[in-house]
Design a protein around this ligand. Structure first.
Ligand code: ADP
Ligand code: MG
Length: 703
């Protein structure tokens, strides 16, 4: 356990942040760099050289030996290649430490080994990483020593995005432009920039590393593929917000310390609903910084877990029968002078700009519900969405009583004349002072919920980058803003026009609002009546990326080209097939080499017992029944295994693409479930000593 420290002293100590730049860079260089950061002005090489030199000196003082361009290819993980600062040896045999402006702003990793979805042939290998100076560089300390990490975007030689960050930065520019255009119409001439702000809450599981290593499913697939529920699950709700156990508390302390040093403002931590499940949330930041920070959070959780003899599991559904993990993407739009466009104020019905922003968001979400849902699709999330623990796969918007009432007034009469008040919170205890209540209750079942001054997109999977969902949010809302501005800029009477537009949007897009129980069967039927899409799985969601509607929107705002979208869809189908293939093969391996042999051994023990008992002149009814039952399940398991082997082989022989991914989803996944069922039943029968790996109980109740 580390020494006592003062958070304010260590916060950001390993970040090349504004304070460091101001202190170390010559005034003119600092000014030029700020211009680049704030206004996107091009940086000349001479200035870049000075910055690189200072960054290197600073990093070396922190113990750094290497630097890396840190980027986010379409693997879903971050990537890095380390270069040491040493130059070619001098005649004296010594080396210098060097780092040039060119090395800072541009890197050249071989692009052919990263997924490009057909954008790049293997021989067209050139790709570039380009410095994202709006997300600060930092020094990371780990087993490799200290490394200067430079956040970068990753593009092909011909300029196509090969990563998550490039489209995110493009979408941030687009929403900035369109939001500025909108607020100018309302007479705001002072704000210079509108930034999408994001706070990503991260859920995760912690299990004991030794037990983890005894489960091939956790090792290869990141989730359990077999496992019977222990006698106790999460039904008592005793884990959520429960006292944090000492072993976990020690882990959290170290995580926070590491995060604070690299400038991640880790703020809240608590136990989540499932046993062994926890959550960490930072304070929100500009979308690209928040995305980078979330990657740092995920990596830090994993690294620090290792130091505590733990394994951090980020999969969306590591254990059947208890809740899985997600990531809540809190999103708002904030001006450089501190105004939040999603702040309704005390009387939202009078806040015309807010009502326009809000109804534009309704329009955006309704028109692109399929695309937003797709942005949260990954193989793990298929087990979570709609499983009565996470939002359903149907996109809807929760507004809360106050705003829903304002929208209803607009729809009914074309005029909103009043806003419901939150009222006072009275506990009935005199010693507890009354306080003002929020104007809306919470709704945990909604995928896209208004929470006071931001929207919370709750569908995102726990492992996924939040870049994808924010690219979609930024662009669909920018499109709605642009459409509205086009009408309003031409209007002769602005007041009338904006009034009409708000009423029109409120009526037209009211169907996307749903404040009820998103987990209920009734909602599925109701959503169908309303014509809302219900894309139940990743393979059904991916086509939303390449519809004409989607392509047109992304091309209109230069966020994605058609080719980029097609390549992303291709990569996603491919990744899905690969993920299920690994799971299927892991199941085949575990069933064939571990479970079936263990059960055969157990039937022999039973058979021997039956014979021995009968020899002693007793009937051995129970023992014989158990033997029957076990043998029956063994047959079922063997047949299911054969079937799984067969469909997996068929899938492997298919050509990559949508059809194959669908085959994996509809055929292979079904065969996997058919194999799991008898094995899980066997786990309940077979002697614990004879079972070849730790059970759910061992894994999640004994951390
Ligand atoms: P809740 O309890 O409603 O989820 P919290 O205050 O715990 O809200 O915040 C959850 C996350 O939302 C945190 O990461 C927080 O920083 C972030 N957040 C708060 N306000 C905003 C905002 N205006 N824009 C974006 N994210 C925000
Ligand atoms: Mg929340």
């Amino acid at each position: 356990m580390g020494e006592a420290f003062n958070v304010a002293d260590i916060f950001g100590e390993d970040v090349f942040n504004d304070a460091v730049m101001q202190e170390r860079l010559p005034k003119k260089v600092y000014k030029d760099l700020k211009k680049t950061i704030e206004e996107g002005k091009e940086l000349d090489l001479v200035t870049a050289d000075v910055i690189a030199h200072e960054m290197k000196e600073w990093a070396i003082e922190k113990g750094a030996t290497h630097y890396t361009h840190w980027f986010q290819p379409l693997t879903g993980f971050t990537a890095e290649k380390h270069d040491s600062f040493i130059s070619a040896p001098l005649p004296s045999g010594k080396v210098l430490m060097s780092f040039s402006g060119k090395e800072l702003i541009k890197g050249e990793p071989d692009a052919s080994s990263f997924p490009s979805g057909g954008l790049r042939a293997t021989f067209e290998a050139r790709g570039y990483t380009a410095w994202d100076c709006t997300s600060p560089a930092f020094v990371r300390h780990d087993a490799a020593g200290a490394t200067l990490c430079i956040p970068t975007a990753f593009c092909s030689y011909t300029g196509e995005a090969l990563d998550q960050k490039t489209p995110l930065l493009r979408s941030m520019e687009v929403i900035n432009e369109q939001a500025l255009r909108l607020i100018r119409l309302f007479g705001n001439t002072t704000s210079k920039k509108v930034t999408p702000c994001v706070g990503a809450e991260q859920e995760y599981f912690l299990v004991d590393a030794k037990k983890f290593k005894e489960r091939k499913d956790l090792i290869y697939a990141g989730r359990t593929l077999f496992g019977a529920m222990p006698p106790k699950g999460q039904e008592l709700d005793d884990h959520y917000f429960g006292t944090i156990r000492q072993r976990i508390a020690g882990f959290m302390k170290d995580v926070n310390e590491e995060l604070w040093k690299v400038g991640v403002s880790a703020k809240t931590q608590h136990n989540e609903a499932a046993p062994a499940q926890h959550e960490l949330a930072p304070i929100y930041a500009a979308a690209n910084v928040a995305v980078d920070h979330n990657h740092i959070v995920m990596q830090t959780l994993k690294r620090v877990a290792g130091k505590h003899g733990l394994k951090c599991i980020l999969h969306e559904k590591p254990f059947a029968g208890v809740n899985g993990s997600g990531k809540h993407d809190n999103w708002s739009l904030t001006t450089d002078d501190g105004k939040n466009l999603l702040d309704p104020g005390k009387t939202p019905h009078e806040n015309i700009q807010f009502l326009l922003v809000l109804t534009c968001i309704l329009k955006a979400v309704d028109e692109h519900a399929d695309l937003l849902r797709e942005s949260a699709a990954n193989p793990g999330n298929d087990h979570r969405l709609g499983a009565a623990e996470a939002p359903p796969a149907i996109i809807s918007v929760f507004l809360g009583e106050q705003l829903e009432d304002v929208i209803q007034q607009l729809v009914d009469t074309g005029e909103a004349t009043h806003s419901l008040k939150g009222g006072k919170m009275k506990t009935g205890v005199r010693a507890i002072p009354d306080f003002a209540k929020d104007t809306a209750d919470r709704n945990r079942t909604s995928p896209f919920a208004f929470t006071g001054n931001k929207f919370e997109f709750r569908m995102v999977g726990s492992r996924d980058s939040v870049a994808g969902p924010n690219v979609v949010l930024n662009t669909i809302v920018a499109e709605a803003f642009a459409d509205a501005c086009e009408v309003l800029e031409k209007a002769e009477d602005f007041e009338m026009a904006v009034h009409d537009l708000i009423k029109k949007y409120a009526s037209k897009y009211q169907r996307i609002i749903f404040n009820g129980d998103g987990y209920s069967e009734d909602w599925v039927a109701e959503a169908k009546r309303r014509g809302l899409p219900n894309l139940g799985s990743m393979v059904e969601a991916i086509p939303a990326l390449t519809t004409e509607k989607t392509v047109e929107m992304f091309e209109r705002f230069h966020v994605f080209t058609r080719a980029e979208l097609e390549s992303r869809a291709e990569i996603k189908f491919e990744n899905y097939s690969k993920a299920i293939n690994i799971e299927a093969r892991t199941m085949i391996d575990m069933a064939g080499k571990q479970f079936i042999p263990a059960v055969i051994g157990y039937t022999k023990t039973l058979a021997d017992t039956v014979l021995a008992v009968r020899e002693a002149g007793v009937k051995a009814t129970v023992q014989a029944e158990l033997l029957e039952e076990t043998s029956g399940l063994l047959i079922e398991a063997k047949r299911a295994l054969q079937n799984l082997e067969q469909v997996t082989e068929t899938a492997a022989g298919m050509e990559d693409g949508e059809e194959r991914a669908r085959y994996y989803h509809f055929e292979v996944c079904t065969a996997m479930e058919a194999l799991r069922a008898p094995i899980d039943k066997l786990e309940m029968i077979v002697d614990k000593e004879a079972w070849p790996m730790p059970s759910y109980g061992d894994l999640i109740f004994e951390v």
